[in-house]
Each structure stands twice: as C-alpha cells, then as structure tokens.
Design a protein around this ligand. Structure first.
Ligand SMILES: [Zn+2]
Length: 164
C-alpha cells in the first residue's frame, strides 16, 4: 500500500503513542520497510521483534524503540539523524541531501531559503522516497521548515553581531 506523504503524517498522528524508555517522550510509529533501510545489517532481524517507534528528542541517543523496551541508538543506524545532531553535516532532507548548513549559506547569500520549495517541487514530481530515506519514515518538510527558521535566526544573530 502506498499512501501520499500527507496521509502518512496524519495517520501516524492518530496512532497511540509509545513512550521512549530512555527520555520518556512519545515516539512516532515507523514502518518495517523504513527500519530495514535505516538500521545496520546486524539489526535487520531485531526490527522484526515488535512495532518500533522513532524518538524525536534531540538530546536522546535512542533512535528507535519498541513496546518491549528494545532500543536502537544512533550507533546502530546507518546514517546521521538530523534531529539528533548539532554539528555539520546536519541532514534536513534525506531524499535530496539538503543540510542545515546549506540553508544557512543560502540565507547568508540571498536573504532567504528556497530549499522547502525545491523539495516540494521534487515531491510533487514523484521523486521523493521519504518512507525509506528519512529515519522518521515520513515527509521531511516539517523538519525543513523548522531548520530554515533556525538557520534564519543564526544569520540574523550574525548580522546583529557584526553591526554592533
Ligand atoms: Zn528518547
């Protein structure tokens, strides 16, 4: 079954949420297909031992956890999880490779950031693969919007620092 990204976002919001055993925050359910593409090879069987959720807490090392208390940390997934990284490269879009540093650069150079629009265009053209590329298994646009807001604040702070 292939749903649109919008449908996946709304669907996961309605599901009952498990709490991360490490930070206690509610997670978001992740499809088995996503997990298979994200975890290191030795955990390919682990992800079949229950329904896993993604932990969105930036400071929490746990990426995935299931209802039995099994956790998979940052060290056990194959790529950097943008939400949990503060040093460059901090990925914000896994389908097309945009990072937070790129957003900062673009705002420094042009005063604005069109990354979200470019991603939206690619999504509309059917070129995204959020279900397998994004560790959250859902569309990255919400994260991108938040990252662009942070990047804007960084550049504004730079400018006010320079003029002071
Ligand atoms: Zn957590």
């Amino acid at each position: 079954m292939k749903a649109t990204n919008g449908a996946i976002c709304c669907q996961s919001a309605l599901e009952a949420k498990l709490l991360c055993p490490h930070c206690g925050q509610p997670g978001r359910r992740v499809a088995l297909q996503t997990l298979k593409h994200q975890v290191k090879p030795k955990h390919l069987d682990t992800v079949e031992t229950g329904s896993f959720s993604f932990c969105r807490t930036a400071t929490c090392d746990v990426v995935y956890f299931n209802e039995r208390g099994t956790v998979l940390t940052k060290a056990e997934v194959r790529q950097r999880v943008g939400l949990k990284e503060t040093e460059d490269p901090v990925p914000i879009c896994y389908c097309f490779g945009f990072t937070e540093a790129m957003a900062v650069e673009e705002i420094r150079a042009t005063g604005k950031c069109a990354i979200a629009q470019r991603i939206t265009a690619e999504v509309k053209a059917g070129n995204c693969a959020c279900e397998i590329r994004n560790p959250q298994g859902s569309c990255c646009l919400g994260n991108v919007t938040a990252a662009v807001r942070r990047a804007t604040e960084v550049v504004v702070a730079e400018k006010s620092g320079a003029s002071a």
